[in-house]
Write a protein that binds this ligand. Structure first.
Ligand code: NAD
Length: 249
């Protein structure tokens, strides 16, 4: 497939998990991708494996690092057509038992991160009439015990997506979000013990009951690729739920 032929793409948190799958599929679909992660070992390994155009690491909580990484990506790629805000963390805790420090931390990564990346990327995207894909979650459309602050951050990502889409429509920049259900990554592996302890149901049974099977990172990447492509030229301000039907029932 070449639906992203010639697109110049920067993906945050793309050394592993869903971000790596997005960088991989986008490259297979013809894009030139700059990989970026907090952990330089994973981004370098992922970029080598994928045949990415380059690496520009940043911690998305650090605005100066984000600006510099996006500047480096623009240098490598000769411009920017697509920003994918994928980097995110989870914190598993009953909401009101969570420390204020860890509450601030998840907001810094999951909300401030995409905010500063969108600010840094927007002049380049205005030039290319490009687009942004934000990785939100079904946790942003429904509440989940143990994931209270995570749910709040992902709802904020959906709202920033909507507002930015409307504000950037005159400039010709599209902004969309995807909302995955449980997908097979290290993040979900970390959540399994707490979910099993809280529900007394094996996680595999819970997943089978609620969404049929675990999502794969590629399931998410496929929809992100469509949204990033010109095939989605009339799609903006939307959030796409990808969850095997979990939130439909
Ligand atoms: P993951 O933990 O497997 O991978 C996340 C990647 O982001 C890692 O490579 C990590 O090093 C990087 N990262 C973490 N903090 C960072 C920071 N401050 N700056 C830059 N990079 C950072 O997670 P995943 O499951 O692949 O999740 C990717 C995105 O998808 C996240 O936004 C997550 O909230 C969202 N999501 C995941 C699921 C799921 O089931 N896995 C479901 C819904 C949404």
């Amino acid at each position: 497939m070449t639906e992203l032929a010639g697109k110049r793409v920067f993906v945050t948190g793309s050394g592993a998990g869903i971000g790596k799958a997005i960088a991989t599929l986008f490259t297979q679909n013809g894009a030139r991708v700059v990989v970026s992660d907090l952990d330089p070992a994973t981004s370098k390994a992922a970029a080598d494996e994928i045949g990415a155009a380059g690496v520009a690491d940043c911690d998305v909580t650090d605005e100066a690092q984000v600006q510099s990484a996006i500047g480096r990506a623009v240098e490598i790629l000769g411009g920017l057509d697509v920003l994918v805000n994928n980097a995110g963390i989870e914190i598993s805790s009953p909401l009101l038992q969570q420390s204020t420090e860890s509450f601030d931390k998840i907001w810094a990564v999951n909300v401030r991160g995409p905010f500063v990346a969108m600010k840094a990327a927007i002049p380049h995207l205005m030039e290319s009439k490009g687009n942004i894909v934000n990785i939100a979650s079904i946790a942003g459309v429904g509440g989940s015990p143990l994931l209270g602050s995570y749910c709040a951050t992902k709802a904020a990502v959906i709202q920033m997506t909507r507002v930015t889409a409307v504000e950037m429509r005159p400039a010709g920049v599209r902004v969309n979000a995807v909302c995955p259900g449980f997908a097979d990554t290290a993040m979900v592996e970390r959540l399994v013990p707490d979910f099993e302890a809280a529900t007394q149901v094996p996680f595999t049974d819970l997943v089978a009951m609620k969404q049929g099977r675990l999502g794969t990172p590629q399931d998410i990447a496929e929809v992100a690729s469509f949204l990033a492509s010109d095939r989605a030229s009339w799609v903006t301000g939307s959030h796409y739920v990808l969850d095997g039907g979990l939130t439909a029932s």
